[in-house]
Design a binder for this molecule. Structure first.
Ligand code: BDR
Ligand code: CA
Length: 311
């Protein structure tokens, strides 16, 4: 079983990613670490626990981490995810499972120190503050990380929070910069991939038809989440970003990409948080990321439906 830590800011699509992981016997989720992002940390840590309870896993260890980016004010995305971050299911339950006392950053460091070297994959679904803080605080863990698989950035699809930047990178570009320069092997799921993974009415209905607590919660969350893109852009559904990270661990064959050099813009006001991807290899900078660009969306939703049905 592949050992993972999920670093997240739930968010309906984060919730879907957590459920996919908890429904997948190939993965051993060592812990869920929460960060400020879509909504403030007080909500993301509570939301992660709600999702574990929906998945029938109140035993899962959930940690709270950084409550703001390294050197900027927090930017949130209630306009997409609603006031709670998990709008949709009504009423939203109050979790009863505990929050761990340890700080998420210390949990990440301790886990990487004690687990065998190169056995733990970090799955990041939000701003990279917790991970960058861990890498800076304990640089000796860097070579022990197997891989970081992240949702973040964009190439052709460019921005969703500014014209140039994707939300997770934009919120904490200094942390993203640390991660992209760390030397850890990176797999990136940018908007180019996730905007091809749309929650069409038939796909949402398939979750509802499962008929379980988890299946109905998924359908209710996605029905809320997709209204943003459907109303604003007239698109067929909402882009189901974050589960791409988990799906890649289970079915890498669903994705196509290129190993290229990616750098993060941290200075410019206009393009802050842009993932400057050397897609055509016009520089001689060494590749640092497997930057995905395409997905088999039907295969992806079939996998999600199958696994969430097991919860
Ligand atoms: C990313 O930002 C958040 O709103 C989503 O949860 C996803 O991680 C997409 O840009
Ligand atoms: Ca997220």
């Amino acid at each position: 079983r592949r050992k993972i830590i999920i670093d997240t800011d739930p968010g309906q699509d984060d919730a879907a990613a957590i459920m996919l992981a908890l429904g997948s016997p190939e993965l051993e989720v060592l812990g869920i670490t929460c960060v400020a992002g879509n909504v403030p940390l007080t909500r993301t840590q509570e939301n992660a626990r709600i999702v574990c309870e929906w998945a029938g896993r109140p035993d899962m260890a959930v940690y709270a981490g950084c409550d703001r980016p390294l050197s900027r004010e927090l930017v949130t995305a209630e306009h997409v995810h609603g006031r709670t971050g998990l709008n949709g299911p009504n009423p939203l339950p109050v979790p009863t499972m505990p929050l761990q006392e340890q700080h998420a950053v210390d949990f990440i460091i301790d886990t990487l120190r004690t687990e065998p070297s190169k056995s733990v994959t970090l799955c990041t679904l939000g701003p990279l503050t917790n991970v960058a803080t861990a890498l800076t605080k304990a640089p000796e863990i860097v070579p022990r990380i197997k891989e970081i698989v992240m949702m973040g950035g964009a190439y052709f699809e460019v921005g969703n929070i500014t014209p140039a930047a994707e939300f997770n990178i934009y919120v904490d570009p200094e942390s993203a910069d640390i991660v992209f320069k760390s030397g850890v092997s990176l797999v990136v799921m940018p908007l180019d991939v996730t905007h091809r993974a749309l929650t069409t009415p038939a796909r949402v209905q398939a979750f509802r038809d499962i008929g379980t607590v988890a299946g109905i919660a998924m359908a209710d969350m996605l029905a809320f989440f997709e209204r943003f893109d459907v109303e604003k852009y007239g698109s067929e559904g909402g882009p189901l970003h974050d589960p791409c990270v988990i799906a890649y661990l289970l079915r890498p064959d669903l994705f196509k990409g290129r190993h290229i050099n990616v750098q993060i813009e941290t200075q410019s006001q206009l393009t802050l948080g842009m993932t400057v991807a050397d897609y055509w290899r016009v520089t001689d900078h060494a590749p640092n990321a497997m930057f995905m660009q395409d997905i088999d969306a039907d295969g992806y939703f079939a996998l999600l439906t199958e696994r969430i049905a097991t919860l």
